[in-house]
Design a protein around this ligand. Structure first.
Ligand SMILES: Cc1cc2nc3c(=O)[nH]c(=O)nc-3n(C[C@H](O)[C@H](O)[C@H](O)COP(=O)(O)OP(=O)(O)OC[C@H]3O[C@@H](n4cnc5c(N)ncnc54)[C@H](O)[C@@H]3O)c2cc1C
Length: 349
């Protein structure tokens, strides 16, 4: 039996009852269709970088999405539509578009996984998200047994979510189309840390290649680019999303922070009457600092409070126990309930 630990960046997960690698759309669709007809549960895996799979494994068919293909089409006005098969490695796509002189994906450099998963949680980093450039997503709709093209405005993209995440495993992403700009300069650099790294003022542009290099540098410092030599990267990236809370809830968090001399609470706008709070800040100020958990094999990354890591001998149960401890700690300290970012398979927090 195939061990799913070999297919997740955490290096965790028990066996798959049945494991298929799909190299083409027809094979991918047929595999899903056959499993659905047999009443067999299906789990799609791309790069396994946003998955926490139970030690018991998956009691059904796991399909590894290995489809390939990148096509470019002129979209007029300097725009280029880049259509990417779901199984393409995401960072290879970003590198190729930057090398081709196309701007739009440079800030999303270094994110592990496959292109097909990027629309699922509306992948984002350093002030940018794929929702800004995706024009459409081609899917196989399992419920209607049909291939469909879903335009951006019907993807319900929002912070770390989309129609595809909300409807669970109903849609199999076959390919996504990104509208990029043929220009040497990047999209405006809005993220302060990135602007500082580049030596530009927030809102300015830099060379797209320079932005890619700067992002990769920052990410490496935080253990956020996969590196077999760096155990802090054996993670699923950020384990919790930044909570979006009401202004009244935020006032409570501020009052608690003041009472605890925890310093100003970092906040970001999140729509009318709502505030996005840094999950990393809440976690750290609740006592879970970098490296927390050592010497246990599941611990908080030594480089980034939001990443939970498997140092090599952890089980999924260990990792989930750590995640629960953090969840409860933040709830008790600040009254805020964190939401896990990765997809949890066979486990709950
Ligand atoms: C070190 C590190 C850094 C990270 N940094 C970021 C970051 O900066 N920003 C960010 O947004 N994310 C980040 N992530 C999370 C992750 O890389 C992304 O969410 C990525 O898009 C997941 O891709 P994947 O192919 O690995 O998906 P997987 O983990 O294989 O799957 C994730 C989910 O998508 C489903 N899925 C996969 N492929 C398909 C498909 N073709 N059709 C339908 N469903 C599918 C799976 O069933 C699962 O539910 C990081 C992860 C790590 C390990």
């Amino acid at each position: 039996m195939t061990s799913l630990a070999d297919y997740t960046t955490l290096g965790l997960g028990g066996p798959a009852r049945n494991f298929i690698s799909a190299a083409g759309d027809a094979e991918l669709i047929e595999s899903v269709r056959a499993a659905d007809a047999a009443g067999e549960p299906v789990l799609l895996i791309g790069g396994g970088s946003n998955l926490v799979i139970s030690d018991a494994g998956f009691p059904g068919t796991v399909i590894h999405v290995n489809t390939r293909g990148i096509t470019l089409a002129d979209a007029g006005d300097g725009g280029v539509d880049v259509t990417v098969a779901a199984g393409e490695d995401w960072d290879t796509v970003v590198a190729a578009t930057v090398a081709e002189g196309l701007a739009g994906l440079e800030a999303l450099s270094g994110i592990p996984g496959r292109a097909g998963a990027t629309p699922i949680q509306n992948v984002g980093a350093y002030g940018r998200e794929v929702a800004e450039v995706i024009t459409q997503v081609r899917v196989y709709d399992r419920r209607e047994d049909q291939i469909k093209v879903i335009p951006n405005e019907r993807c319900s993209f929002a912070y770390r979510t989309s129609l595809f995440k909300a409807t669970g495993p109903r849609h199999v992403v076959l390919e996504a189309t990104f509208r990029l700009a043929r220009q040497p300069l990047s999209m405006p650099v809005t993220y302060a840390e990135l602007a500082t790294e580049l030596g530009v003022v927030p809102g300015a542009r830099a060379g797209a290649g320079e932005v890619r290099s700067a992002v990769l540098k920052i990410r490496a410092r935080k253990g956020m680019v996969l590196n077999p030599g760096d155990p802090d990267t054996r993670s699923a990236g950020s384990f919790f999303t930044n909570p979006i809370i009401s202004a009244a809830e935020f006032a409570q968090v501020e009052a608690i922070a003041t009472a605890r001399h925890a310093g100003p609470v970092p906040r970001y706008p999140a729509g009318e009457g709502l505030v996005k709070v840094s999950a990393a800040w809440l976690i750290e100020r609740s006592g879970f600092t970098k490296g927390y958990g050592a010497p246990a094999p599941a611990r908080v990354s030594a480089k980034h409070t939001l990443a939970l890591t498997n140092t090599g001998t952890a089980t999924t149960a260990d990792l989930v126990a750590l995640a629960r401890e953090i969840l409860t700690g933040v709830q008790t300290t600040f009254g805020v309930t964190l939401t896990p970012e990765p997809t949890l398979i066979g486990v709950t927090l």
